[in-house]
Design a protein around this ligand. Structure first.
Ligand SMILES: *Cc1c(COP(=O)(O)O)cnc(C)c1O
Length: 368
């Protein structure tokens, strides 16, 4: 079976984790500090705060930005559930806007229509590894005085105009979950250029405890710390992230060639301002294709190729989210269509040449 994703655990990862285990200091310490410094430099932000996972990063980011009960946060219904759960976790209300049909990211043109007195922030997601349209998003945010949070969980090392992901809004949030492009099993990171956000995020991560005075609690906080074991793993991934990213982009290039002219298949579109890091390589399987999206998925499975549907349902489908919305009239045709057409195929750096040729051929000559 060709898996949709495989965590990259080579000699460097093993050596670096073993050295932390041997050191006897395994919780948040010098390795995590080193990761934060190197990650901030990598994203070209002033600060970075490591946390236990991407959901914790989003939760902490919203709290650090002062978002809470009664506030509204604009976001996309076509994302992983954690993006929206984090909004609910701080007591705020998610307000959805539809996606752009070409990039699958939030459509900036739809955002302004949903802004009112209660609107405090926008969470834009860099879906599949392509940055959202942050030029337009930041312009709207500036006009209305909103905070911009970038959910970059899928887009480490992507760029938009002259900037890296994590540096496109006020706060960037990353996940280092095992399937992500840079992984540490579980793990996460917040990036920002705002010193107040940075200080607040550090407090929230560690029970609200002051870094200077132990057992002095400045606010309600959490245990969202990342361990040095995970940070060591993430550091060895960071060492080779450019090489790993390039491999994904090369494979995507081969797929684009192979599938670009097949009737009924639409290859991923990359906006001219952006680079795509292909956390997922996602095809649209339209009604003009020889078989339905679900049939193609089954056919690939029968032929030993895993594929994934990200995401099969718009998030307003789920009752705990639906009941938080102001009204149930959620008409998002582009999101709805995307949920029925998207199919992500393996694009991870451990695919062999043979795997790639095999996948191309199987899709090219797919028959019912
Ligand atoms: C993975 C992911 C998250 C959550 O990260 P965890 O580390 O699993 O908590 C949030 N948003 C998006 C878009 C993701 O892909």
């Amino acid at each position: 079976m060709i898996n949709l994703s495989i965590p990259i655990i080579g000699t460097p990862e093993i050596k670096s984790v073993v050295s932390v285990l041997r050191s006897g200091y395994i919780v948040q310490g010098s390795k995590t500090k080193e990761l934060e410094e190197r990650f901030a430099a990598f994203c070209e932000t002033k600060y970075a705060v490591a946390v236990s996972n991407g959901t914790a990063a989003l939760h902490t980011a919203l709290l650090a930005a002062g978002i809470g009960f009664g506030d509204e946060v604009i976001t996309t219904p076509f994302t992983f559930i954690a993006t929206v759960n984090a909004i609910l976790m701080v007591g705020a209300r998610p307000v959805f806007v539809d996606i752009d049909e070409y990039t699958f990211n939030i459509d900036p043109e739809e955002i302004a229509k949903k802004i009112n007195r209660k609107t405090k922030a926008i969470i834009a997601v860099d879906l599949y590894g392509q940055p959202a349209d942050f030029y337009a998003i930041n312009r709207i945010a500036e006009k209305f005085g909103l905070r911009v949070i970038e959910d970059a969980a899928q887009a480490v090392n992507a760029t938009y105009l002259t900037k890296k992901t994590g540096n496109l809004g006020d706060i960037g949030c990353f996940s280092f979950y095992a399937t992500k492009n840079l992984m540490s099993g579980e793990g996460g990171m917040i990036t920002t250029n705002d010193k107040k956000i940075y200080e607040q995020a550090k407090l929230l991560r560690h029970h609200g405890q002051s870094e200077k005075v132990r057992y002095q609690y400045n606010c309600l906080g959490f245990n969202y710390r990342m361990t040095d074991i995970q940070s060591a793993l993430a550091l060895s991934q960071l060492d080779r992230i450019d090489e790993l990213t390039l491999k994904r982009q090369k494979i995507a290039g081969i797929y684009n060639e192979a599938f670009g002219k097949i009737p009924g298949l639409i290859i991923p579109m990359v906006a001219k301002e952006a680079t795509h890091v292909y956390h997922q390589y996602t095809l649209r399987v339209t009604k003009d294709f020889r078989m339905s999206r679900d049939e193609l998925k089954e056919y690939l499975q029968r032929n030993g190729i895993q594929s994934g549907i990200y995401y099969p349902l718009p998030l307003y489908t789920f009752s705990h989210i639906r009941k938080s919305l102001e009204n149930n009239k959620n008409i998002f045709p582009k999101t709805k269509l995307a949920t029925t057409e998207v199919l992500s195929i393996p694009v991870h750096p451990l695919l062999t040449k043979k795997d790639i040729i095999y996948i191309c051929a199987k899709i090219k000559y797919a028959k019912k």
